[in-house]
Design a protein around this ligand. Sequence first.
Ligand SMILES: Cc1cc2nc3c(=O)[nH]c(=O)nc-3n(C[C@H](O)[C@H](O)[C@H](O)COP(=O)(O)OP(=O)(O)OC[C@H]3O[C@@H](n4cnc5c(N)ncnc54)[C@H](O)[C@@H]3O)c2cc1C
Length: 413
Amino acid sequence: MTRDIVVLGAGMVGVCTALALRQRGHAVVLVDRQAPGRETSYGNAGIIQREAVQPYAFPREWQAILRVALRQGNDVHYHPGALAHLSPALVRYWRESAPDRYASTVTAYSALIRHCLSEHDRLITLAGAQELVSKSGWLQAYRTAQAFDRAAQEATTVARVHGLNCLVLDQTGTAAMEPALYGRLAGAIHWRDPWTVADPGELVTRYAELFGREGGEFRRGDATTLKPTAAGWTVTTEDGPLSAANAVIALGPWASTLIQTLGYRFPLFVKRGYHRHYAAEPMPRLPLLDVERGVMLAPMRRGLRLTTGAEFALRDAPPTPVQLGRAESYARELVRLGPPTEVQPWLGARPCVADMKPIVGKAPRHPGLWFHFGHGHQGFTLGPVTARLLAELIDGEPPYLDPLPYDPMRFAS
Ligand SMILES: Cc1cc2nc3c(=O)[nH]c(=O)nc-3n(C[C@H](O)[C@H](O)[C@H](O)COP(=O)(O)OP(=O)(O)OC[C@H]3O[C@@H](n4cnc5c(N)ncnc54)[C@H](O)[C@@H]3O)c2cc1C
């Protein structure tokens, strides 16, 4: 079989890429080793984060670094044995988080985030997935007055600079906004622009079904079989070899494995994260991030999904859900949490790039190969945004936003 374009990876990023290219009239095959939306794009907190104009930087103050090093706090955990392997990318991450570099990263990142609601909105409507989406925002909550006061000031500034809507809620306001809370909080920032999704994996499935209805094809196959040919690229699928003039690598946390075999050494790493669902009575109305305890409480179809912060570890190392264990105790201090509704916690990996920007564009040394990965903490949000950008680049059209900050060439040496 020969097609125009094969897209490898059917997470939010790959599905949106395949859909954008199909809607532009290409013959597109989407390839994954399993059904669409079963990995990172399934297990996240489900927030389309319009407020996330500032990507997570590496801490620069020595107190914050020491707190992580001494494993105080629940937001970050690490495997000491993985640090030697991770350190080149982490050192670069630290350097890229210096104030001057970070400021230009925020400019580039916010330029993407700005489009997330409009790009998702179009797809949600076409996919008929409105019932999965709520438009009431989420709560960034604090236990101590000191942390709350500082965060409220920062949030107000960010909202003013970036044209976002946020409401600063004191203790009483927070309790009124979220009646399911019985634990006391000092206050919360209510980010009002973001949308939340009751089943993130299902939204990816709906987008993939839309892709199918519009004439796109899906095949199960192993992306690591990708090989260059005289006319383009070939990959082995369950239905036999598939050839295409162009290939897009959209493998999220697994992109590093394939691009290494092609000779690319990019500063990629993962921040692993866990979730588990619980019964809760009453169920909270809005997702709530307990910032000082490093746990997100996200109401979902399967129950209250507790998600954890960052775990620095090798992608394929065995699970060590210590953050989730603590997260459960902390959540019990805030809401009436029942038993877990599944036996094993879920483990996923945020696909991160040291300069905090996704990698979107032409592969530096391989004609007909395109990179689309590294969306870190916000790939569920940004999938359709960077998919549109990549589709415009593939078609050689003027892109709707400046592609330079995300160009893979920035790491080609
Ligand atoms: C705990 C947690 C909470 C998060 N919360 C949010 C949030 O609220 N909002 C937000 O925007 N983002 C959030 N994120 C980040 C977001 O989930 C990711 O950035 C996003 O899902 C990445 O999408 P992706 O399509 O690049 O990768 P994935 O969804 O992982 O897709 C990659 C695909 O590649 C396939 N694949 C891998 N190897 C092969 C192979 N050899 N052959 C064929 N196929 C292969 C996989 O099966 C998979 O389908 C969160 C992440 C975590 C871990």
